[in-house]
Write a protein that binds this ligand. Structure first.
Ligand SMILES: C[S@@+](CC[C@H](N)C(=O)[O-])C[C@H]1O[C@@H](n2cnc3c(N)ncnc32)[C@H](O)[C@@H]1O
Length: 216
């Protein structure tokens, strides 16, 4: 069972917890979090794999490295690396390669997923979680996010996984909805700088795709 407090402050905690439970991430696993950013996924993984496991926290931005290392190292062995997902190269094969909110920011998501496939052991897992931003709603109006190369990449995720040479074993979409004060409105205000007040909010559905790396 995943510790609740790990994912407490993350409105996308349910998709993350669901993904980690479905693939059975356990103590001792070795994982890479690509495009780790502030490290929410790295910390969640670190808590589950514990001291016997290892987390590679990879981001193209060197500023992400120190923040992630200090947060996740409290739970597990963490190696924070500055590297582009397109050039992903680790000192060992991992059990799980994970990315969240990364592929929406890259020019060639298939290239990144293919590097993640190469990074995992035979039969290891590649998991990607990406949004369909325009399917989100604030007061009934479709959301948009100019800061991404492909704000709706989640809608293409199953096909991208297959094109990267992965066996697709599971894929689903999840979202949270609410009206009035609470974490959903708070998250939206954090993202956009605009408080939705009492307008109903449906956050962009997050598509989770689980692939396995066949190596014969
Ligand atoms: C929106 S943040 C996501 C952070 C984290 N994965 C999460 O879900 O909270 C996207 C991160 O991807 C990183 N990034 C963007 N392009 C990248 C690339 N080509 N390779 C690796 N990291 C990249 C950015 O520096 C940023 O930290």
């Amino acid at each position: 069972m995943l510790p609740d407090r790990t994912l407490r402050d993350d409105v996308y905690r349910r998709p993350l917890a669901t993904a980690l439970e479905r693939i059975g991430v356990a103590e001792g696993w070795c994982c890479v979090d690509v495009g780790a950013g502030g490290g929410d996924v790295s910390v969640a993984l670190a808590e589950v794999v514990g001291r016997a496991g290892r987390i590679y926290s990879v981001d193209i931005d060197p500023h992400a490295r120190d923040e992630v290392a200090s947060r996740a190292a409290a739970f597990s062995q963490v190696l924070a690396i500055t590297q582009a997902g397109e050039d992903l190269l680790l000192p060992e094969e991992v059990d799980l390669a994970f990315c969240r909110f990364l592929l929406m920011h890259v020019d060639d998501p298939v290239a990144v997923l293919a590097r993640m496939r190469k990074a995992v052991r035979p039969d290891g897992y590649v998991v990607a979680q990406e949004p369909i931003t325009s399917a989100g709603r604030v007061g009934g109006v479709a959301m948009s996010f100019d800061g991404a190369i492909n704000q709706d990449v989640g809608a293409e995720l199953p096909d991208l996984m297959i094109r990267a040479g992965l066996d697709l074993v599971d894929c689903w979409a999840e979202s949270q909805a609410w009206a009035g004060p609470g974490p959903v409105a708070g998250y939206l205000a954090h993202l956009t700088g605009v408080d939705p007040g009492n307008d109903p909010v449906v956050l962009p559905p997050l598509v989770t795709a689980v692939g396995r790396a066949r190596k014969d």
